[in-house]
Design a protein around this ligand. Sequence first.
Ligand code: SAM
Length: 217
Amino acid sequence: MNISIDTYKDKGARRLLVRELKTKGIVDEKVLDAIGSVQRHLFIHNDFRHLAYEDKAFPIGEGQTISQPYTVAYQTQLLHVEPNDKILEIGTGSGYQAAVLIAMGAELHSIERQEKLFIKTKNLFKSLAYQANLILGDGSNGYEKAAPFDKIIVTAGAPKVPQSLVNQLKVGGILIIPVGDEKNQIMHSIIKKTDGSVEVIPLHAFRFVPLIGQQAW
Ligand code: SAM
C-alpha cells in the first residue's frame, strides 16, 4: 500500500485515538484536534504502518523512537500553545511532535543531533510543504540564533535542566522537559518569571531515550 494515502481506516483510527487520549486525561481541544488531523502514518516506518494509530512508541532507526501519541499530547497540552508562538523542540526524531505543533499554528524550530534522522525528516517536511526551521545540532545548548522562545519542549530525558534553555525562554515562557536518570524521568513544567527566576512544577513519570549532548548525558 502507498504509505502516503490517508485511508478511511486511517481517519477512523485517528478518531479512536483521539477518544482514547480523552479517556487518558487529555482535555485541550486544540491538542486533540491536532492529533486528529496529523497523519501519524507518514512519520512511521512502513513496517509499523498498520499500527500507526496505536497509542505506542515505535523505532524510527538510529536507536530512537517516535513518541507515544499520549506523550506527545501530554507534553503539548502543558505547552499551552497559542498561534504564532515561537517554539523550540529538542529532539526532532520522526517529526511527528513537530507536525502537531505546526498544526496548532506554532512558528517551529526543531533540533536533532542524529544526521540520518535530520535528513529524513527534512525531506519529509519538504514533501509535505511544512514551514519549519529544522536544525542539525546539539539541542542541549538550545538554539541561541532564534532565541528567545515562547515555549521550549524537550523530547528526550535529561539528567538536569540545561541552564541554556532557561536563558533562552521569554519571561512568562514555558519549558517542558523530562528530568531523571537514563531510564526513568519526571516531566517538569518550568515557567520563567518576571525577575528571571523559575517556577518548577514536577509532574508525572515517563520513559524517554536520553538527551545526549554538552548540557546532558
Ligand atoms: N519528537 C520526536 C518525534 O516526534 O518523533 C521524538 C524523538 S525521540 C523520543 C528523541 C530524539 O531526541 C531522538 O531523535 C534523539 O536523536 C534526539 N536527541 C537526543 N539528544 C539530543 C540533543 N542533544 N539534541 C538534539 N536532539 C537530541
